[in-house]
Design a protein around this ligand. Structure first.
Ligand code: COA
Length: 213
């Protein structure tokens, strides 16, 4: 018999919709509550057995068997909410689509979302609260730090390092051995052939810095 664990989802935007679909197909968790600040009243309302309310209601659910997933695309907001929940000893779940291919030697943190058809190859390390989006490829020996978002269809070749909070844009490529430092953005469709420093936006083929964030 499969035991289904209780889960609270933080965020109810577009990214959360996809996360909810994965939860439904993977049959690992039962959604107890979806919390989003679009709900103003502190009174949790119940719809189809799932409670809804503002994010501050999360503290009502913190107990040993309840898991949390922060289903918010913004790396900054994910980090802020994760820090608040962690201080209260919340437990984080990872949500992984059954079609994702994950090497048995890959090391995964907590609170991760891995979308359909994503690949994480040998000895790659993926930090906490990372999003590995649809059909993206994390090759062998990558090091992906906390709060990174690898967007759909991005390809990270072997030995790539992506530091905290960086967004790797949809359909972009980072060639082997390169490093993108923290809180930067690699634009959609870019090809990174040299290291990218912290806090910049880089676009194009080959990727060039267009501004500081
Ligand atoms: C790179 C990015 C963050 C830039 O956003 P921005 O700061 O708002 O930049 P702007 O739209 O003002 O564009 C600035 C310049 O960069 C160019 N540019 C923007 N994005 C580009 C891209 N991906 N590739 C090539 N050029 C790009 C614009 O054409 C513009 O050029 P110009 O000054 O010659 O007119 C954004 O365009 C992007 O690619 N985001 C990634 C989106 C994504 O992958 N989302 C996945 C979500 S799941």
């Amino acid at each position: 018999m499969i035991s289904v664990k209780p889960l609270v989802i933080i965020g109810e935007g577009g990214h959360s919709k996809v996360v909810q679909d994965i939860i439904r197909v993977s049959n690992e968790y039962e959604i107890m509550a979806i919390l989003d600040d679009k709900y103003k009243s502190k009174n949790l309302c119940k719809e189809t057995g799932i409670s809804r309310g503002p994010v501050s209601c999360a503290f009502n659910f913190i107990q040993s068997e309840v898991n949390f997933i922060i289903a918010i695309g913004s790396n900054q907001i994910r980090k802020k909410i994760a820090s608040l929940l962690k201080r209260q000893n919340a437990k984080f779940a990872s949500v992984i689509h059954p079609s994702a291919m994950i090497s048995p030697t890959a090391k995964l943190g907590v609170g991760i979302v891995i979308m359909p058809n994503a690949v994480i190859n040998s000895d790659a390390e993926v930090g906490n609260h990372v999003i590995i989006n649809t059909a993206s490829v994390i090759e062998h020996d990558n090091n992906i730090a906390d709060f990174v978002h690898v967007s759909p269809g991005a390809i990270l070749a072997g030995d790539v390092t992506v530091n905290e909070g960086t967004q790797v844009g949809a359909g972009s490529t980072i060639i082997q051995g390169r490093k993108v430092d923290k809180w930067s953005i690699v634009g959609a469709g870019a090809t990174v052939i040299s290291d990218i420093p912290a806090g910049v936006i880089a676009v194009g083929v080959p990727a060039k810095i267009i501004k500081e964030i």
